[in-house]
Structures are given as C-alpha cells and as structure tokens.
Ligand binder design. Structure first.
Ligand SMILES: *Cc1c(COP(=O)(O)O)cnc(C)c1O
Length: 471
C-alpha cells in the first residue's frame, strides 16, 4: 500500500515509513492510504459472520502488503488481540459495542496494541532500542504503556501531570515495570507535551537515541480500530432478523468523539464494505466538529474540562483526515451530529440505566443519549422542520443526513460505541445512578501494585538529563 499525506498528495511512502514517522514533519500533514480496498462480498456475506481476528487479518492485509508477510501478520494479530469487542443488545434496536475488554479497559487498547507490534516488527533488525516518549492526560498513556510492555527492542517513557489525573488512571500509569516507566511531572499536560516535543527536535538527543512517538495520529493506531466496526456491523446485520425482524435495516454507528480517531476508523470500515449506513458524531461541550457541520466554519478552540474527560479536545487532529476523504456536503449526508454537556451526560447515564438496566460510562453515555434522542423523535422533528436545532445548545445539529428517513420509517438500528469500562469513572457512575459499577479484576489488581512513578520537574534540562542517564 502507498500512503500519502493530507497536505501534499505528491507524498508517497510505504507503511513502515508512515508508522515509524508518525506524521510527516516536512508538511505537518498526516499519513493516509491512497485507497481503502473493499473486502470481497463472499467475505462480507459469510454466515455465520467471520471472527474478530479473521476480520482483522483480512482488513489489515492490503495495508501491509509487501511489508509484513501473511504468517507474520497473523501472528501479530493473535498476539495483539487475546480479547475482542463484544456486541450487547440492550433493546430491540440498540446494540452496545463494548470496546473495553482489553487490558486497560478502554478502546485505545485496540489501536495501541496493534501499533506496538507493528513497530516492534519494523524494529526487529535494529541493534539499538527504540525509545517511545508519550505525554498523556489519562487513557492514552496506560494503553500505550500496556501495549508496549515486554515488547522486545522498545522502551516507553510516559509523562503525566502530577495530581491532575484520576487516582485510578494514576495507578494504571505508575505501576508499570521493566521497559515501561512513568514520570510524574510537576506541571500540566501541556508542560508534559512540551517536554516531549522539545526532545524530538533536540539534535543532540537525536544523535544519541532513536526516539519515536506513539500518539493517536499514527496511522497504525487508526487502521486497527476499523476492525471492530466491520466485525460488529456484520454481527448486528445477522442478528437483526432475530431481534427486531426489521426488513432492509439501516445500521447507524454512534461514536463518542474527542480527537475523532475512532470515528475516522469507522469511515475506513464503511469504505471497505462494512454494512454501516451512517454515523452520529457525538461530543461533549467540546463541540468543535458539530459546530463545523452546522455552520461550515471550522474553528478550533481551547478544550474545556468535562466528565467525559477523554473527549476533551478542542482541536481534533483527525478533522484533517476527514476533510481529506470527504467534502463538507458528504459529511453532512453521512453524519448526524450531536453534543451534550455534563448535566446531559449524567442524565444519560441515569436514563440508560433505568430504561435498559445497562450501566454505561460517561463517554458511551453521550453516544447513547444521541441515539436515544434521534430514535425517539428528534430526527423526525428535524425532518419536519419542527426541531429547534440551535447548534449552540445541546442536541442535534441542523443537517439532515441521508439516512434520516430510515429513522422516521423505523428501519434504523443503532450501534452505540462504549469506549471505556464504567468502573474507570467510579465516582461519576455513583453520582449518576446511586450505585457502583463492578470493577474488572484487571483494574482491581492495579490498585494493589506498588507505585513506581519517578518525580520530574517541568524544565527541559532536568528532563533531558534524566533521559541521557536512563535511556
Ligand atoms: C480517547 C477516548 C475517546 C475519544 O476517542 P477519539 O478517537 O479521540 O475521538 C472516547 N472515549 C474514551 C473512553 C477514550 O479514551
């Protein structure tokens, strides 16, 4: 596969270059494959549907062709995914796609584990270690640390702002051993990010060490997230005749979004033939993308803190990939977009639980609420012109997607993406529903491990000195 760049279509690189560089430093653009090959109809129509790993292998194959042989790719996928995504029906036309069955209980495990193994594969003939530096405000650091833990030839240094992340998140970051360690920086997330960025452009350091990043713009984190869209839409397609008996159903994926990597992966799956009719881009009060869809003007802004903190992004980096793939008009046809604030999030957690019995986390709750509003009248009102779709207030934005009639004629079926285990946000769950979510044993275990985080000042010289003596 050839990869090009969102800012310069003349750029042509292979998969290895795209993965190891992360982004194109020369243009500031993001790598993107020149095409998204469609899976064969015999594969898409298999009954029963193919397994998650089978889907993963067949989807990944064209993107690594000529660079990772089939047998190695298969082994890599088996190693990356000892867990899978799970499709849980919560009412006749709503399926929750649980993406938290990986080691750190958030969907980022799907991308990070694939990326770690791909990087290790490409690094296999190097003599020197590859050093990954990653700044985190929460979930990314633990997913990346866990994904690279014990991966040969690579070590990871995580930087997080001391005292500014949740106690459980801190436990997840600070208890790694071996080739992964965490620095608790006396500063903010932005200070952490700055230290990492400064290190990357420090020629003195670069001469000594092979440094790389592992952030969410890497194409090798985006591609594997498309696997679960394909897998779940095939599962749901086969279940609909049993669950709701809807003929000619339209499957809609509802995605709680921050940086829009997850949603971009859904677009890739659709391009490759996933039976997904449309998407709902659901955000919290950081509604840069819904505003763009509503007005056609894209204005990034500083992020505001919310209960769904992993979605607190004011300048979503994958916006750039979305507009390189589609026009605004195409986006308005494919997406409904929706946002809600913290009050709406808490209400959604409560309503989801009382209507269906399902305990949902603050991120998934926003997607559930978007779907619940759409199916129970908001889309119909939008089509009739009776919805006051004021995009500056919580709710749907005014564009009418191409699949609106599927909702109004009761043919639409929703897949709500649940991106984290509710127990990761224990106090918010208690506040919303008055009881606790059950704690997965792998999170429980972390709580009892010793804290190995290394204190770090926020000035670059201290950080550099530490790197020089410890890498
Ligand atoms: C990262 C994250 C998101 C947002 O995903 P994007 O790809 O950045 O849009 C949503 N929920 C959880 C729990 C996350 O960790």
């Amino acid at each position: 596969m050839i990869y090009t760049d969102t800012r310069d279509k003349n750029v042509k690189v292979d998969f290895k270059t795209a993965v190891m560089n992360g982004m194109n430093v020369a243009t500031g653009g993001l790598y993107i494959p020149v095409e998204f090959p469609k899976l064969s109809s015999s594969f898409l129509n298999k009954k029963p549907e193919p397994s998650f790993r089978d889907v993963a292998f067949n989807m990944a194959r064209p993107y690594v062709e000529g660079e990772i042989p089939d047998a190695d790719l298969e082994a890599l996928i088996v190693d990356a995914y000892p867990f899978t995504s799970q499709v849980v029906p919560i009412d006749a036309i709503t399926y929750v796609l649980e993406l938290f069955h990986g080691p750190t209980c958030a969907f980022k495990d799907f991308g990070a584990r694939f990326m770690a193994r791909v990087m290790s594969y490409f690094n296999r003939n190097e003599n020197d270690n590859l050093h990954i530096l990653v700044a985190t405000s929460g979930d990314t650091g633990s997913a990346v640390g866990s994904a690279f833990h014990n991966v040969p030839g690579i070590d990871v240094t995580i930087l997080y702002p001391d005292g500014k992340i949740s106690p459980l998140q801190e436990k997840q970051l600070s208890t790694f051993t071996g080739n992964v360690r965490a620095l608790k920086v006396k500063g903010t997330f932005d200070d952490c990010q700055k230290l990492v960025k400064t290190a990357f452009v420090d020629n003195d350091l670069r001469a000594k060490f092979r440094l790389s990043s592992a952030n969410s713009i890497n194409i090798s984190r985006l591609l594997p997230q498309s696997f679960y869209y394909m897998y779940s839409s095939l599962v749901v397609k086969n279940r609909i005749p049993l669950d709701s008996k809807i003929e000619n159903p339209a499957i809609i994926a509802i995605v709680p979004s921050g940086n829009f990597g997850n949603l971009t992966s859904g677009l890739i799956a659709k391009e490759m033939g996933a039976p997904i009719e449309g998407f709902v881009a659901a955000t919290n009060s950081n509604h840069t993308v819904p505003d763009w869809i509503a007005t056609g003007e894209y204005t990034s802004r500083p992020s505001v803190p919310t209960l769904s903190n992993a979605m607190d992004v004011g300048a979503p980096s994958n916006y750039e990939r979305i507009i390189s793939m589609y026009s605004l008009e195409q986006v308005r046809q494919m997406f409904a977009s929706y946002w809600t604030d913290d009050e709406g999030t808490l209400k959604a957690m409560k309503d989801c639980n009382s209507n269906t019995g399902y305990i949902i986390d603050p991120h998934g709750a926003i997607a559930w609420k978007a779907w619940n509003d759409i199916r129970s009248g908001a889309m119909e009102k939008l089509v009739n012109g009776t919805l006051n779709a004021d995009y500056s207030k919580p709710g749907l934005t005014p564009n009418i997607p191409s699949w609106a009639d599927a909702v109004t004629s009761k043919r639409a079926v929703g897949i709500v993406l649940e991106t984290a285990a509710p127990a990761k946000f224990g106090s918010t769950v208690v506040k919303a529903i008055g009881r606790e979510a059950s704690m997965p044993s792998r999170l429980e275990k972390v709580l009892n491990l010793p804290d190995n985080a290394i204190p770090m000042e926020k000035d670059y010289d201290s950080f550099k000195q530490w790197l020089v003596s410890n890498l």
